[in-house]
Design a protein around this ligand. Structure first.
Ligand code: ADP
Ligand code: MG
Length: 197
């Protein structure tokens, strides 16, 4: 049986990691052999876990380079998850192709746009070759509408990659997004505990 590729894309806080964890847990309930990987760059919450902003988590192996996956992949693995796919190089695309041709179900979660609103590879390419794409939306921190952008509200304007959560970014809709570092958040949100639908 052939495998396939699923992509969970969207802005920051859109529930990509929660959705990845949900799919991984369901695969575990089905007694499938699962492995989750994440880029070493993402050390926000836990080194050997994938953790959502809601603090739900699953075990994950950090990879310094995507090619290191071949040192960790078990023969028995049937489902492979990647979180923060945008922090891997374009080589992730070929790795996903190779894994799925081996019969593995591949699930990649990641940002589809950077803080400038530009496509953030390798996710857009993966969205094109995937069998299934889910685009999640967050809640705009200015108006409460559905949000597709990650607004940068502090930190550097030089780099595409700056790992951080509440300190650096907030979710915004098209109307309230600007491709600049705004330097101050619109408001702090309290107890926002729901995934947008
Ligand atoms: P992602 O991986 O897409 O960055 P997570 O799955 O880690 O997102 O976290 C999603 C959770 O973040 C939501 O369930 C909610 O509790 C929280 N959250 C914080 N800010 C927002 C927001 N602006 N819109 C929606 N959810 C938010
Ligand atoms: Mg995430």
């Amino acid at each position: 049986m052939s495998g396939w590729i699923e992509v969970i894309a969207g802005s920051m806080y859109s529930g990509k990691t929660e959705e990845l964890i949900r799919r991984i847990r369901r695969a575990q309930y089905a007694k499938l052999n699962v492995q989750v990987f994440k880029p070493m760059i993402d050390q926000r919450y836990h080194q050997t876990n994938v953790t959502s902003h809601n603090q739900t988590q699953v075990e994950a192996t950090p990879l310094e380079n995507i090619s290191d996956i071949w040192n960790h992949l078990k023969n028995s693995t049937q489902v492979v998850g990647f979180d923060e796919g945008q922090f891997f190089t374009m080589d992730l695309v070929q790795v996903c192709r190779d894994l799925s041709s081996r019969g593995i179900r591949v699930i990649v979660a990641g940002l589809d746009m950077d803080w400038k609103g530009q496509p953030f590879e390798p996710i857009p390419t993966l969205m094109a070759i995937a069998e299934e794409v889910t685009k999640n939306r967050a809640v705009c921190m200015v108006c409460g509408e559905l949000a597709t952008y990650s607004q940068k509200i502090s930190g550097s304007s030089q780099t595409q990659i700056e790992v951080g959560a509440e300190d650096f970014y907030e979710a915004r809709c098209r109307l309230h997004f600007a491709p600049i570092v705004e330097q101050k958040p619109s408001r702090k949100f309290d107890n926002l505990n729901q995934s947008p639908t």
